[in-house]
Design a binder for this molecule. Sequence first.
Ligand SMILES: Nc1nc2c(ncn2[C@@H]2O[C@H](COP(=O)(O)OP(=O)(O)OP(=O)(O)O)[C@@H](O)[C@H]2O)c(=O)[nH]1
Ligand SMILES: [Mg+2]
Length: 310
Amino acid sequence: MRHCGSACIFGAPNAGKSTLVNRLVGQKVAIVTNKVQTTRFQVRGIAISGATQIILIDTPGIFSPRRRLDRAMVRAAWEGAREADARVHLVDAGAYVSDGSAAPGAAARRMAEDDDRILIRLRQEMRPTFLALNKIDLVPRESLLPLTASFMARYAYEGVFMISGGKGAGVAKLKQALAALMPEGPWAYPEDQTMDAPMRLLAAEITREKLMLRLHEELPYAASVETDEWREHKDGSVRIQQTIYVAREGHRKIALGREGRAIRDIGLAARKEMQTAFDRPVHLFLHVKVEENWEEQRRFYEPFGLHFDA
Ligand SMILES: Nc1nc2c(ncn2[C@@H]2O[C@H](COP(=O)(O)OP(=O)(O)OP(=O)(O)O)[C@@H](O)[C@H]2O)c(=O)[nH]1
Ligand SMILES: [Mg+2]
């Protein structure tokens, strides 16, 4: 008898959601960077556990939204959590000290605030949810008990897992627990399919990851990548043409870099990964275009399943 259902991983920005989804799937389906707000929309990865297919929903981090795009991202995260058969609140244990309070530092404090906000909503919705303390490779074991207690005191989680999405510890156990919650039914995808996204979108995400890794400060958040052309050649290679949209001329200069060095590095790294992901030679052409207010245009939302008026 087969089972199939969905499991949503949600939590504060940078908690390690995409890393965990990639680990559960056993293949990279979602981009990962050291910066917050890397994921902008729901990404689906498909994992198999025995006779069970688990459709993992990776979501944008939940935080206090300011811009239109922020609001759309946070809404997409809660929608993912609402529709899933199972859900996991992923917490970056490294952001907390042993008594469960936030570690010193602005990033850790922000993360604790985001988790507080998530807990408020969980208490309103009261849907069965697992707690997973992540990045346990970074914290002393003895700090996990008080941290668990501090979260359990604020919400009645269905279960608690101590994991390292990065290193893999505890992930198999979590996967088993998720599989056990999947309803009976036929598999939604063929056995060998690991993700559900068009190649053009995947290609755009790969470039956005390289851009986020290479550029700093506000630029990663002020850019969007679109695949304009995907043309397959007879020799088996593919020509991919993409535009990186930025909001200001100053950003365009930074994205290009001195003597075009930044865009060249981004292009090289992206092309290399695309060749592996698509298993064929890739000719990649990147353009950087200033489009003031791209964040106020519908076409930068709807193809990603984001609500423009979130
Ligand atoms: N040490 C350690 N680092 C981790 C682990 N999991 C993720 N990371 C790192 O944490 C950072 C954020 O990881 P992501 O997977 O992009 O986090 P996310 O929750 O998807 O972030 P957003 O999409 O921005 O909300 C990256 O630098 C990861 O390499 C872990 O288990 N241990
Ligand atoms: Mg992510």
